[in-house]
Ligand binder design. Sequence first.
Ligand SMILES: Nc1ncnc2c1ncn2[C@@H]1O[C@H](COP(=O)(O)OP(=O)(O)OP(=O)(O)O)[C@@H](O)[C@H]1O
Length: 274
Amino acid sequence: MPEKSAANQEAPVIELRNVHVVHKARTGKLFRPDKVHAVNDVTLSVSRGETVGIVGESGCGKSTTARVMVGLQGVTDGEVLFKGETIGNSYAERRKLGRSVSVVFQDPATALNPRMTVRDTLLDPYRVHGISTPRDRLAKVKELLELVGLPQSALDVLPRQISGGQRQRVAIARALTLEPDVIIADEPTSALDVSVRAQVLNLLSDLKERLGLGLVFISHDINTVRFVSDRIGVMYFGKLVEMGPTDEIFLHPKDPYTAKLLSAVPSLLKEPSA
Ligand SMILES: Nc1ncnc2c1ncn2[C@@H]1O[C@H](COP(=O)(O)OP(=O)(O)OP(=O)(O)O)[C@@H](O)[C@H]1O
């Protein structure tokens, strides 16, 4: 895969302007409102070469925001721009994001097809998009395995035959198949053993550097987000209550909710790294 420059003079790859998403509430519970304002007036952008963290507690709208960024979710109001151009809300328009923005989900055990070998999992996007010849596709797949630190012998295994950390590496390789500009990682380490979480985080950061990707890192854990992010956005009840450079957020939080999140962080961790 060609290495891409991190230079970033162009428009952001993705930009959300005053985006709202209102879901029809899921049925089944009494005394629930019939609508959920999952994303409430969110404005943010992601460029190549930067890592944007999004942090907030469960249900604050992080995943819905991620789904908007990757084109899986339409908006109720607001504007989504792709490389500086507004894209419409129809499925066909939103699909424009699909090749440039890919996503790594929380649980690779459910994100990967249990009946597909790693080889087929990684060949599939090339086949679907009709990219290159079968021989070239296999060469690309082998290159991807190397990039995510998996041996070539992993080609013919099924997801259940490898560890959780290795499965997440396969999911990351799959996210890279179409050479995206941005990867959205939605709680990519939460389902993994503590012992392999740092390895997966390091891999994502390393890939972002090597390929000049934009990375959106979503987590409920502000420490994990801090570890990888250049900028952090803090979400609370659908709103992006604060957005700024990582050290700024840690040293001078402006919103009371950010301060509350930080108060749960051991004080030694609050000092910015040298
Ligand atoms: N498809 C949907 N239909 C109805 N309500 C939804 C839908 N998706 C999300 N919600 C609701 O929207 C709100 C935001 O959910 P979302 O999954 O975006 O939050 P989150 O911060 O990612 O939470 P988690 O970390 O638990 O995934 C929640 O109240 C959730 O129940």
